[in-house]
Each structure stands twice: as C-alpha cells, then as structure tokens.
Design a protein around this ligand. Sequence first.
Ligand code: 9D3
Length: 235
Amino acid sequence: MRVDILTLFPEMFESPLGHSILKRARDNGLVDIVLTNIRDFAKDTFRKVDDKPYGGGPGMVMMPGPLFDCFEHVQNLSPEKGRTILMTPQGQKFDQKKALELGAEKRLILIAGRYEGLDERIRIGLGAEQISIGDYVLSGGELAAMVIIDAIVRLLPDALGDEDSAKDDSFSAGLLEYPQYTRPEVFRNMKVPDILLSGDHAKIAEWRRQQALERTKKWRPDLLNENDKNEKDKG
Ligand code: 9D3
C-alpha cells in the first residue's frame, strides 16, 4: 500500500512513523509513506499558502493554488489513482469499520490542512471525501492523519508480530477487552483470578468472553448490539 501525505508540517510525522509497528511495516515494505510539503508549491518568494477570508472574519484560509499544484504533483508520482481524503472537522467520523475499508486500498492520498479553514474550491475541485477523527477541535489535520495511518497500517497482513493479532482487537470483536494479568500472582493485596491459573482453557475462554461483555455493558453500552444485550449472565 502507498500513502501520500500532503502537509505544511512534514516533520510532525517523523516520530510516529519512525517507531514500533509503523517503522517495521515501512522497513518491511508493507507500506510506502511519502510526505510532500504543500509550501514547496507556493508561488511567491515568501512561500505564502494562506490568505485573509473574503467577506471578512477571523483567521486565515488555505489558498487553493499551492494545494492544487501539490496534489497534481503528488498524484503523478505513482500510476495508481488512489483515494483522496481531506482531513477536516466536518468529515465523516473515522472508526474501525472505516479503517478496514481504507486498509484495503492500494493507495491513499491524505491532505492535512491548517488555518481556520480551506478555500471551498479545494473541497469541490479535488472531489475528496472528508474525514474527522472525532468531535473535538485540533490545531490541524496532521495528528488526525497520523491516527488514520496508524489504525490502517496495523491491519495490513504481516504488520503485527506473531504474538499480536488484529483479529483479537476489541473493536473488531465489537466488545471491550477482557481483563489481563501478568506476574506477580499477588500485587498490593490484589490477586490474579483463580480461573486464570487453573489451566482449564475452555473455562478461561468463557470467563474472558463474559468479562468482556460485562465491561462493555458497564463502560461502553453504545457498542453493544442486540445479541449481546440479550445474552443472559451465565457462568
Ligand atoms: C471556527 C470553527 N472551527 C471548526 C470547528 C475552525 C477549525 C478548527 C480546527 C478549523 C480547522 C481546525 C483544525 N482541525 C482539523 O484540521 C481536523 C480535525 C479536528 O479538529 N478534529 C477532528 N478531526 C479533525 S481532522 C482535521
């Protein structure tokens, strides 16, 4: 998979993309991530990419010219057309279902904006879909783009080590995680549940499923579907 990122702050991406799962996925060639600085496509000597809003109002607006030129340049870096995504607070909310869907694409082109907004002709002219990562205000689209890349790349086949499995992820199963324990057996008077030490794997699996269900009911009832709600407390 190839992911292009258009941004005014390419340095912001270096650390997240240079560690752990994302680093390994890149090193192993599972994903090719290419950063392009929108400012490199500014037309004047001051490298200006924003301007005052027509009609007045606070803040600055991202100009269409540099972004369009940047986009056209980036698109031509690879023959695959790709799916273009504009990071904006107005977008559809990103979730695990969207991560799975985007993870199946051959190429993504993510655009991270800054300023109070983008010139409306960017949205219209690029024909891009818009994605938000949640209902809170960020300073720009960069962190949102990183969230999306992280969620997508870990789903690529072979991105995770053998120990890990995306199939086990709580949101894939639709439930929160069951409680986990490691050594020591007793910590500050709190004991590991006996069942986990019993060696009875069928019982352990059933206990974990029940715990996951309880926790989801208590903490995230919005995640439960009708089947889960109707499942009687057994065991
Ligand atoms: C004055 C109205 N603001 C909209 C709520 C203006 C505004 C605030 C913050 C415009 C852009 C931004 C920067 N945010 C993003 O670019 C962004 C974002 C977000 O703020 N929250 C969740 N997802 C995203 S994706 C991109």
